[in-house]
Design a binder for this molecule. Structure first.
Ligand code: M6R
Length: 600
């Protein structure tokens, strides 16, 4: 979702900003722009579409060592050049980029800005016009900025330029992510460290409702009362090569292929010198003290949470509920006496999950975040964090984060069980090792899976995924992967639920992808396949070795039955990838989607 970059230093800022925006492309956007400032004033370039389109309109002859940039994912107002950021105040003195949603923008317009003509449909424009209004009323720029922020309800990450002060970028954030990066004769602003890794790996975290005055030499953080806050930078442990595609045509394919490596990294990282899996004692204590665990997540992370429920209940024997964050936030269920909240989020920035985290912390409950991004908002604000160690996930469609989330939850379940002498009848390290090898074998079967994808999905407009028990949860994820990148309408269903309505949608040739990895329901899911075949469906059965039958389209290697989601999802990820590829879709940047969903 929207991305922000800023640069203030000695070098020309245009290319640094454009490169930074390219690194933020993965977050999802539909227009982009930059504003650079020199002795002749502020020069704004913005365009609907891709950064490549923006590049064509940037005037190369303009040299400026201060600038800000933005990728916009439309919320208020259609994707267009006018609605693209940066936005400017009526006089042109102030220029601003904003990520987030100003919920009370309409009210602010009516109360303070009746005399102002707005040029865009955005909520953002109200911020820049308020700042100008307050400055026109005699306030200093800093006071006007601060007083404007005090009026805003909602989320924001902001970078602001004043054409009467070439030496400063004003920055602020609330609920939306923003970092300030420090260099030796320059400083930068970025929605995430990846964007500005090209110039620095040293970053300062910002907290909500802080204002930062960024100059070439100095970074001054203040709270809304104007008090200065000292905060040391940290080094972002990111390898520039982690965020490159290398020889892969798409990040998604690269990230699918990285999954065996990620499994091995997780085993290695969560193992102690004695070769046992280990997790911080405080986390295990919190698990053991809880009478019920509430997993909160969205999208793919929610699907991983469903698998996590099975793992925690079956291995650690603690009851678990899994909730969609955006629902929980507005409709909290009756909670148990001693709940523990687990937030699962690849990005650690999902606004819906964060909103629940804020609520449960206010209620005094403990929270654990399982995330791929150290220092992310959900990680900082929870009591505990478990990291996925999956490396940056750039493709909008989440793949390696899903399997990493499940692997980390299996370790959490195992260590918790062992801590209170609940017998664990398998060696998890050994089983995860088998999983890593099995994923490798599946990634080597791309040609067969590409063929399956062609056979079942090349002409269809819809597709159903069915499964029972944990296969149902994996089917939900398979359907999400397929719909988000290929735009084929895909839905996942519990095998037994089909005949309660959905079966009405089965027509001649409708593809139905069925998972059969669980011995206890192998025959019943096959019965459900027969029901849809009798109504014309084209069935694609993906089974596990040992349970396979003649009619199956693909057989995955045998692994421990509690861990099958870690491998049954691989063919589904690849089927979605090839379906999108053959339909000519933009695999890594599907339409309308954002990688990091930072608005509620
Ligand atoms: O960063 P998060 O894991 O919190 O993101 C949650 C969802 O937005 C995300 O999983 C989304 O569903 C993916 N695009 C799915 O591939």
């Amino acid at each position: 979702m929207c991305g922000i970059v800023g640069y203030i230093g000695k070098n020309d800022s245009k290319e640094i900003l454009l490169k930074g925006l390219e690194k933020l492309e993965y977050r999802g956007y539909d227009s982009a722009g930059i504003a650079v400032m020199n002795e002749n004033g502020v020069h704004v370039f913005k365009e609907k579409g891709r950064i490549a389109d923006l590049r064509t309109i940037v005037d190369k002859s303009v040299m400026a060592t201060t600038g800000i940039g933005h990728t916009r994912w439309a919320t208020h107002g259609v994707p267009s050049k006018v609605n693209a950021h940066p936005h400017q105040s009526t006089s042109g003195r102030f220029t601003l980029v904003h990520n987030g949603v100003i919920e009370n923008y309409d009210l602010l317009k009516r109360e303070y800005l009746n005399d102002v003509t707005f040029v865009s449909e955005t909520d953002t424009e109200v911020i820049i016009q308020l700042i100008e209004k307050f400055v026109n009323n005699g306030e200093s720029v800093l006071d006007a900025f601060r007083n404007t922020l005090k009026l805003l309800v909602g989320s924001y990450a902001i970078a602001l330029l004043d054409n009467q002060d070439q030496g400063t970028i004003y920055v602020a954030k609330n609920k939306s992510p923003l970092l300030v990066g420090v260099g030796s004769d320059f400083n930068v602003v970025a929605s995430d460290a990846m964007a500005m890794l090209q110039v620095t790996d040293r970053y300062i975290e910002l907290m909500d409702k802080e204002i930062v005055i960024v100059t070439q030499e100095k970074v001054t953080i203040q709270n809304l009362n104007g008090e200065t806050i000292d905060r040391a930078p940290y080094t972002a442990e990111l390898d520039a090569s982690d965020i490159e595609k290398g020889t892969y045509p798409h990040y998604m394919l690269k990230e699918i292929d990285e999954q065996p490596l990620v499994m091995r990294k997780i085993i290695q990282t969560y193992q102690n010198d004695q070769g046992e899996l280990t997790i911080e004692p405080e986390i295990i204590k919190a698990m053991n003290e809880s009478d019920r665990i509430y997993i909160i997540a969205a999208g793919t992370s929610y699907h991983a949470g469903l698998v996590g429920k099975q793992l925690i209940e079956k291995i650690a024997q603690i009851p678990v509920e899994v909730h969609v964050a955006s629902e929980f936030s507005y409709n909290m269920p009756l909670l148990s006496k001693n709940p523990l909240f687990i937030f699962i989020s690849q990005s650690g920035e999902t606004a819906d999950s964060r909103s629940v985290l804020v609520q449960v912390k206010e209620l005094g409950y403990k929270a654990l975040t399982i995330t791929n991004v150290p220092g992310s908002t959900l990680s900082r604000e929870a009591d505990f964090t478990l990291l996925l160690h999956a490396g940056p996930e750039i493709a909008v469609a989440s793949t390696k984060a899903y399997t990493a989330q499940i692997a980390v939850m299996s370790i959490l379940a195992e260590v918790t069980a062992k801590s209170c002498n609940i017998p664990v009848e398998f060696d998890l390290i050994h089983e995860l090792g088998i999983i890593a090898n099995a994923i490798e074998a599946l990634c080597d079967s791309k040609e067969i899976i590409e063929q399956i994808s062609k056979e079942f999905l090349s002409v269809t407009r819809n597709c159903f995924f069915i499964g029972r028990a944990v296969d149902y949860y994996v089917g939900l994820e398979g359907a999400l992967k397929l719909k988000e990148i290929s735009y084929i309408q895909a839905e996942g269903f519990a095998g037994g639920e089909l005949k309660h309505g959905t079966i009405a949608l089965i027509e001649e040739g409708t593809p139905v992808i069925a998972l059969a990895t669980q011995e206890s329901v192998n025959l019943s899911i096959r019965g459900n396949v027969k029901e849809v075949v009798a109504r014309g469906a084209n069935p694609c059965i993906i089974s596990m070795k040992g349970l396979e039958m003649d009619e199956d389209s693909f057989v995955i290697p045998e692994v421990h039955e509690l861990l099958t989601p870690l491998i049954s999802v691989i063919p589904l990820q690849l089927i979605a990838y090839y379906a999108a590829l053959h339909r000519g879709c933009d695999v890594d940047k599907p339409r309308n989607l954002a990688k990091s969903v930072t608005v509620e």
